[in-house]
Design a protein around this ligand. Structure first.
Ligand code: NAD
Ligand code: SER
Length: 314
């Protein structure tokens, strides 16, 4: 077993729960400390240590890092795109200051590695819509996208200036059954499964032909761990890696669900999240991640849909 002490910040969130459980399998339960502002997610209870922590409180964070003998931090605390548009100041403050607090402490305590996710939200209306490349025009229009793009450059800066081994992925919209999404534009692709099983109907907040890059959570966990375990010499991108998996529209997802629930219906009632979705690409080119650390996704729209329905039914 590898000798690392890992702090996951934002462990009760959509990614945090599954990433904490996956890291505990690799590094041992006692060596992965889950932390969050809110209470521990029930799925984490009894699986390892938990501390209540606010990433904005740098002193307390620093104390925990020293007290727990932390060698790696996974920073997942953030305000996502839809919630960010409702409170831009809060999103900017948390997404920026939280990252800077972690990067500073990583530098001072000479942590081995830091993980911080960016998002496809860095791309804007002027970026290519299809097969959006790693390096291209990037002019985000949401506060979330602006904070992620600025964060990418802080990561790059701390790596080159101070040698902090910080790594990052631009996640697409993530689909999971274990934990609920936390206020993003891609949340429809999780809500639809819950409503299909409960009511056989879903009111979708995006238009039927809105194609977005998406990924099933097991692929996101695999990507994160593959990137973090890759030798440092292979990491050529110190801002954030594009990773691709699926690209589908609400209509296509609904049709796939109808293969399993034939009387499922969907209505389209687009709201303010439509313009956020319209500003993002519909698919991502991840050639650099494939080359640098052998990234490749496993799930298709069909296999993801089947697993989501089976697991939520349980
Ligand atoms: P989430 O909202 O589900 O979870 C975030 C967690 O952070 C929550 O449990 C919240 O309580 C916690 N948190 C908030 N403020 C905090 C603070 N001050 N101190 C400590 N904890 C705090 O988010 P998620 O979907 O799990 O996203 C995790 C990361 O991945 C974020 O950086 C997000 O931008 C990024 N990301 C997510 C997706 C997605 O589809 N879920 C896509 C792209 C990028
Ligand atoms: N799923 C995220 C969101 O919609 C993308 O970063 O905000």
């Amino acid at each position: 077993m590898l000798k690392e002490r890992i702090l996951v910040i934002g462990a009760s969130g959509q990614i945090g729960v599954e990433l904490t459980l996956a890291l505990r399998k690799i590094y041992g339960n006692a060596n992965v400390i889950a932390s969050d502002l809110r209470e521990q997610n029930p799925l984490l209870q009894g699986t390892g240590p938990y501390v209540s922590l606010d990433v904005m409180n740098k002193e307390m964070l620093h104390v925990q890092v020293i007290r727990q003998g932390i060698t790696q931090i996974y920073l997942l605390a953030a305000i996502l795109s839809a919630t960010g548009e409702k409170n831009p100041n809060l999103a900017w403050n948390l997404n920026m200051q939280g990252l800077l607090n972690v990067l500073d402490i990583a530098r001072e305590e000479k942590l081995h590695k830091v993980y911080w996710p960016s998002s496809i939200a860095v791309f804007g209306p002027t970026s290519p819509k299809i097969d959006c490349p790693q390096q291209t025009i990037i002019e985000p229009t949401t506060v979330y996208g602006i904070s992620k793009y600025a964060g990418e450059f802080w990561c790059n800066y701390y790596f080159h200036r101070f040698g902090v081994d910080v790594r990052s992925i631009r996640y697409p919209g993530l689909i999971s059954y274990k934990s609920a999404p936390g206020g993003g534009t891609t949340d429809y692709a999780v809500e639809i499964f819950h409503d299909a099983l409960a009511d056989k109907h879903y009111d979708c907040f995006l238009k039927e032909n809105t194609y977005l890059p998406m990924m099933y959570m097991p692929d996101a966990i695999k990507a994160t761990i593959s990137l973090m375990e890759a030798p440092a010499k292979d990491i050529t991108i110190r801002t954030s890696y594009n990773v691709g998996a699926l690209s589908f529209s609400p209509k296509e997802l609904a049709e796939c669900i109808q293969q399993h629930i034939p009387d499922f219906t969907i209505a389209y009632l687009p709201d303010y999240r439509q313009s956020i979705a319209d500003s993002w690409p519909s698919s991502i080119n991840d050639a650099v991640a494939r080359k640098d650390w052998n990234w490749s996704p496993e799930y298709t729209l069909e296999s993801m849909t089947q697993e989501m329905l089976e697991n939520l039914q349980k």
